[in-house]
Design a binder for this molecule. Structure first.
Ligand code: GMT
Length: 375
């Protein structure tokens, strides 16, 4: 197949899923064309089957806001025509699904009919998409897609609840590539962070409000009172300086390290004992899956699709959003006993194996074939 993939090329979860999917499809012999405004973060190597087409937005003094959606639609028309793509797969509805719809209409005038699959990732539905600013366009463009997938059953239900969707939605969960995410021998790194063999806790995110990173700090403050430990805060975003200030106010700065954005997150996960994800809303929780693949159990909220990933009392614990006391108590339960911790680590890996790329990739390929056969 010749597949066009449209995504955000940033560190966000939807871009990661899109890039990893494209790489895996290319490994299987498919030709994959990424169409985005900059090189996706994890696409930093050469492969004969991978192509990257940059969407550049021409500026003009008249534009207060440069029209990215039009530039993307034009680029899609160009790439589909000249690379003779079989299918377009757009990740994150806004504005990718509507740009794909526009491209599809234009391509029809050339006698080209290309099916479009839209994957909804989370905030494109739960936060931004249902805002009246975008809702009519999001609803229309989802309904115009030939195939729609969501990354959890919960996100499917949310989509059906908030939007008037007339098409079937298929659930295809996030996946993990064990070639990259697995326990790496990084003992020297562990010693540097925790010289007295303290437990290492970790949070990775884009530090947006929805991640409730303040709860991570408050939880850690309680854990620290009972368990000698260190907290690694990986990533960057709008809440970071507030979180740094909170650590100062609580007097726990010596035990917390803000590492900023990191490429080799699997190496940091490899030295970690517990992952913290108290999110307000999380359609799936890819970052928690990445942790589990590296044998790190997870303390999460029970919001959104997290119950479809985390298994309470097996590979972690789940609590109501904001219940920092219960989250901290559960973390202590796991961390205070070596044997319990080891069992949770083994279970985390077992759970992650349910989402092995090798299991999920064929589901996407079958879905593409089904959508193309319907045309
Ligand atoms: O987590 C984010 O805010 C980034 C966001 C994105 O779309 O880039 O991630 C969403 O998509 C991921 C991949 O499908 C999911 O695993 C995340 O749970 C989801 N984030 C939220 O729903 C907040």
């Amino acid at each position: 197949m010749k597949i066009g993939i449209v995504c955000y090329p940033t560190f966000g979860g939807s871009g990661v899923v899109a890039t990893e999917l494209g790489k895996a499809l290319a490994d299987e012999g498919h030709q994959v064309h990424f169409i985005t405004y900059s090189q996706p973060a994890r696409l930093d190597f050469f492969s004969a089957n991978l192509f990257y087409h940059e969407v550049s937005v021409r500026n003009y003094p008249l534009f207060d806001y440069a029209p990215y959606e039009s530039a993307l639609a034009s680029k899609l028309v160009d790439v589909v025509r000249f690379e003779k793509l079989d299918i377009l797969h757009v990740h994150y509805a806004i504005p990718h699904a509507s740009a794909a719809f526009m491209a599809k209409q234009i391509l029809a005038t050339y006698g080209i009919h290309i099916p479009v699959v839209t994957t909804l990732h989370g905030t494109d539905i739960t936060l931004v998409g249902k805002d009246p600013t975008y809702k009519p366009v999001v609803t229309f463009s989802i309904n115009q897609s030939d195939g729609i997938t969501t990354v959890s059953q919960n996100l499917k239900e949310d989509t059906l609840k908030h939007f008037d969707i007339t098409r079937e939605i298929k659930v295809i969960p996030n996946f993990i590539d064990f070639q990259r995410f697995s326990l790496k021998p990084k003992d020297h790194f562990k010693k540097a962070i925790a010289p007295n063999n303290e437990r290492i806790l970790i949070h990775t995110s884009n530090f947006r409000k929805v991640k409730r990173t303040g709860d991570v700090i408050l939880m850690f403050q309680q854990i620290l009172k009972k368990i000698p430990s260190k907290l690694l805060m990986v990533g960057d975003g709008p809440e970071r300086s507030y979180n740094e200030q909170l650590c100062r106010d609580l007097g726990i700065c010596d035990h917390v390290r803000f590492l900023g954005k990191q490429d080799a997150v699997e190496e940091i996960l490899s030295v970690s004992d517990l992952f913290l994800m108290p999110s307000e809303s999380e359609s799936f929780g890819l970052a928690a899956l990445e942790a589990m693949a590296c044998k790190v159990p997870a303390i999460t909220s029970n919001s959104g699709g997290l119950p479809e990933l985390n298994v309470d009392g097996f590979c972690g614990y789940m609590s109501n959003v904001g219940d920092v006391d219960e989250m901290a108590a559960n973390a202590i339960k796991i961390l205070e006993n070596d044997q319990v911790l080891q069992q949770f680590k083994e279970n985390a890996l077992k759970r992650a194996q349910d989402f092995d790329l090798k299991k999920i990739l064929p589901v996407y390929i079958e879905y593409y074939n089904e959508i193309m056969a319907r045309q």
